[in-house]
Write a new protein. Structure first.
Length: 112
C-alpha cells in the first residue's frame, strides 16, 4: 500500500524501529498498522493508526516504533529515516553480562 504524494515508504515489521535525526517538518502518514512515536525532549507519546498523519515538530532524535506490521509514508526534510539496530533480548544481555564477569575472574590464591 502506497501513499500518493509521499516519496518515502517504509514497511515495518511488528516491533521494528526507525530513527530520524533532526526531522523537524517531516510529514508522516500511516497507510496500515500502528506506530508509537517519541521525540527527544518531548513528554508526549504519539500513537498513530492507519489513516492518521503527523508532522514532527521538534528537532533532535525521533523514534518511530511499529506496534503491528505497518506501512509508513514519509515526506522527509533533511536526513532520511533509517532502521534502528534491534536491542538484544533479555537472555542475550544476561549471557553477555555473565561472560563479562568471567573475564574479570581472579586467580585463586592458596590460603595457609
Amino acid at each position: 500500500m502506497r501513499c500518493p504524494g509521499y516519496p518515502d515508504t517504509y514497511d515495518l515489521a511488528d516491533g521494528e524501529t526507525l530513527e530520524l535525526v533532526d526531522g523537524t517538518g517531516t510529514a508522516l502518514r500511516i497507510a496500515r498498522g500502528m506506530v508509537w512515536i517519541t521525540m527527544e525532549r518531548d513528554t508526549r507519546d504519539i500513537v498513530l493508526a492507519a489513516g492518521d498523519t503527523f508532522v514532527i515538530d521538534r528537532p533532535g532524535l525521533t523514534l518511530i516504533a511499529a506496534q503491528a506490521p505497518t506501512t509508513l509514508c514519509a515526506m522527509t526534510r533533511g536526513s532520511k529515516a533509517r532502521p534502528r539496530e534491534p536491542r538484544p533480548g533479555l537472555a542475550q544481555r544476561a549471557i553477555r553480562w555473565l561472560e563479562s564477569l568471567g573475564a574479570r575472574r581472579r586467580t585463586p590464591a592458596v590460603y595457609y
